[in-house]
Structure formats: structure tokens, C-alpha cells
Write a protein that binds this ligand. Structure first.
Ligand code: PHE
Length: 347
């Protein structure tokens, strides 16, 4: 076989093998085998000097052309493999059949959500939503609500007093213990007919445990108009309870006492856990108290110059944290304010 035929053979072999290379490692092996120092092509080039002078030119030319061709083919193959590689990598990165990753997003605090839900129910019944100050005067929190200085009802609301003294040496500033002072503030500033709900924070000087914290939320509601009766109070609150807790949850009213209403009542709903048969949560009564209410006391109306002969009203006040606790069976009120995301993310 002539040297030229050998070169032709090398070419076929090398180009054939090149087609079958699939990655950078195989390409390098191919380069060493066909273009490296110990390659047969290199041997041919090195042995040129031993050839007869007439052959050197043709064989040398053919060998050098092959070398150039192989180098070019190598470069081309490299490019082809590189493109395939990045193309397949990109396809792998963008597997459009995978579900997307949801970026973490915040959500409303469960208490905020309950306030929103309750406010929507009451606004749909014609109530307006207003808010009021958390630092309050004794006058609005107690006095104007028919709870004078030495009244025993003050004891039921352990008060956090603000360290402020007026010219008379009195300390009349406090953290509101309920949202009821807003009844008086609204009545001072607006004429009946009134239908208002007031969600917000309230404060009591309590030792902290599973059911007591010094700051919690209430929603106050009241309606003042001509001919408002106990039937309106009951109708409104039954409707609220049915919409909020479900049509099949029973609700009941019983007598209770609050100095700023007459008569006063408390409303309870059937216990969600035992469905009324009695369990630990409801203290075996089958009922859970959710709010205090009543017909606004004529003395409260008189004080803000609303004529009790002409107008009457009902009012109610409900603790808010208790509601999601009852709904979701949460047994520790401190969880709401512990900032533990594992808890808060459930809502
Ligand atoms: N303010 C009362 C409380 O905090 C609840 C209440 C509001 C009762 C309105 C009657 C009328 O316990």
C-alpha cells in the first residue's frame, strides 16, 4: 500500500471516528489518537525525510492537507457538541412540565381576617365601620357609660392606667378596657339614625395564661334609631351568628349585667366541639358565650343629648380572638401573638 493510500485510509478512519464522539473527553482522546505526537499521521510527517525526493512533495502535501482537514473537522465537531450540550442543558433547566415554584408571600393575621369577615357581614346589614383611640379618658371608658368612680363594675375590667396627672391631681388617662367608649364618642358627634361597628385593640391588666393576654381585640356594634327594640338586637345578632358560624349553629340569649345597657344579655352559641352535649371546652354546658349586649341605657343617651323618649338603641361587644379559637379549636390565645410562622401560616 502506498503512503498516499495510507493517508487516505487514515482520513476515512479519523473522520469516521470523529462522527461518533459525544463529549469533550472523547474529542480529546480523538485528538491525541489522530493528531497527537504519537499519531500515525505524525509518524508519516516525521518520516518524510526518508522518502525519495520525488515523493516528498506529494506525500508531504497530502499529509499536511490531512492534518489541516482534521484540525478543522475537530474544531467543527467541538462547536457542534458545544451547542448540543448547552441546548440540552437549557432544556433541562426549563422543564416546562414541572410545576412552578411559588414564591413565598405574606398573608393577613388571623385576627385581621376575622375582623374583615365580621365587618363585611355588618356592613352588608347597613352598619358603618369606624375606629377609635386606644389611649382613652376615664370619662369615655367608664363615666359616660354609667360606671362612676366607685362602681363595682370597674373591678371586672382590671385597668392599665397611663402615668399622666392633670391640674386637679387626677389620673384620668387609661388604655381602653373595651371598645364601648366609642359608643359615646360617635353619639357625641353624629345624630341618629346610627348603625356603627368598631373593631380594635383593648387592654386589661391580666396575668398571662392560655386564655388571658393584656392586649386583645373586640368589635363593638350599636344601632340607634326610633323604635329600636330588643327584637332588632336579637334579629341582628342571630343573623350575624348564622352567617358567621353557619345556619345550623344554634344561638341563645340569657340575662347579663352591664351598667350601660338595660336590659343586658349575653349571647352564646352551641359548642362546636360537642355540638351541645357538653365537653371540656364549654365546661359541660354545651354553650359558649361569645358576646355581651343590651339596650343602651337611657342615662347613656341623655348624657350625649339624645332624647331617650324619642330614640332607643341596642349595643353589643364581642371578643375577637375567641372566635377563631372556637372555630379552629385553638387552645392557647398566646399563639396569636407569638410570631411563630408555623402557627400563623395555617390561616
Ligand atoms: N363592653 C362589654 C365588655 O367588654 C361588652 C358589651 C358591649 C356589653 C356592649 C353590652 C353592650 O364586656
Amino acid at each position: 500500500m502506498s503512503v498516499l493510500q495510507q493517508i487516505e485510509g487514515l482520513k476515512k478512519e479519523a473522520l469516521g471516528e470523529l462522527e461518533n464522539t459525544g463529549d469533550a473527553g472523547q474529542l480529546e482522546a480523538w485528538r491525541v489518537r489522530h493528531l497527537g505526537k504519537k499519531s500515525r499521521l505524525n509518524e508519516v510527517l516525521r518520516s518524510l525525510s526518508s522518502l525519495p525526493v520525488e515523493d516528498r512533495k506529494t506525500v508531504g502535501g497530502a499529509a499536511n492537507r490531512l492534518k489541516a482537514e482534521l484540525e478543522e473537522s475537530l474544531a467543527n465537531r467541538e462547536e457542534v457538541l458545544g451547542k448540543q450540550h448547552t441546548a440540552s442543558a437549557r432544556v433541562e433547566q426549563l422543564d416546562i412540565t414541572l410545576p412552578g415554584c411559588r414564591p413565598p408571600i405574606g398573608r393577613l393575621h388571623p385576627v385581621t381576617r376575622v375582623i374583615g369577615e365580621m365587618s363585611r357581614i355588618f356592613t352588608s346589614m347597613g352598619f358603618q365601620v369606624v375606629e377609635g383611640p386606644e389611649v382613652e379618658w376615664d370619662y369615655y371608658n367608664f363615666e359616660a357609660l354609667n360606671i362612676p368612680k366607685e362602681h363595682p363594675a370597674r373591678d371586672t375590667m382590671a385597668t392599665l392606667w397611663v402615668d399622666y396627672e392633670n391640674e386637679k391631681g387626677e389620673r384620668p388617662m387609661l388604655m381602653r378596657t373595651h371598645t364601648s367608649p366609642m359608643q359615646v364618642r360617635v353619639m357625641e358627634n353624629a345624630e341618629p339614625p346610627l348603625r356603627v361597628v368598631v373593631p380594635g385593640k383593648v387592654y386589661r391588666y391580666e396575668a398571662i395564661d392560655a386564655t388571658h393576654i393584656p392586649m386583645f381585640h373586640q368589635i363593638e356594634g350599636f344601632a340607634i334609631d326610633t323604635n329600636i327594640t330588643m327584637a332588632d338586637l336579637k334579629g341582628t345578632l342571630y343573623e350575624f351568628a348564622h352567617r358567621f358560624f353557619g345556619r345550623d349553629r344554634k344561638a341563645r340569649f340569657r340575662c347579663d349585667y352591664f351598667p350601660f345597657v338595660e336590659p343586658g344579655v349575653e349571647m352564646s352559641i352551641e359548642c362546636a366541639v360537642c355540638k351541645g352535649s357538653g365537653c371540656r371546652l364549654c365546661g359541660n354546658s354545651g354553650w359558649i358565650e361569645i358576646l355581651g349586649a343590651g339596650m343602651i341605657h337611657p342615662r347613656v343617651l341623655e348624657r350625649v343629648n339624645i332624647d331617650p323618649q324619642k330614640f332607643s338603641g341596642f349595643a353589643f361587644g364581642m371578643g375577637i380572638e375567641r372566635i377563631p379559637m372556637l372555630r379552629y379549636g385553638i387552645d392557647d390565645i398566646r399563639l396569636f401573638y407569638g410570631s411563630d410562622l408555623r402557627f400563623l401560616r395555617q390561616f
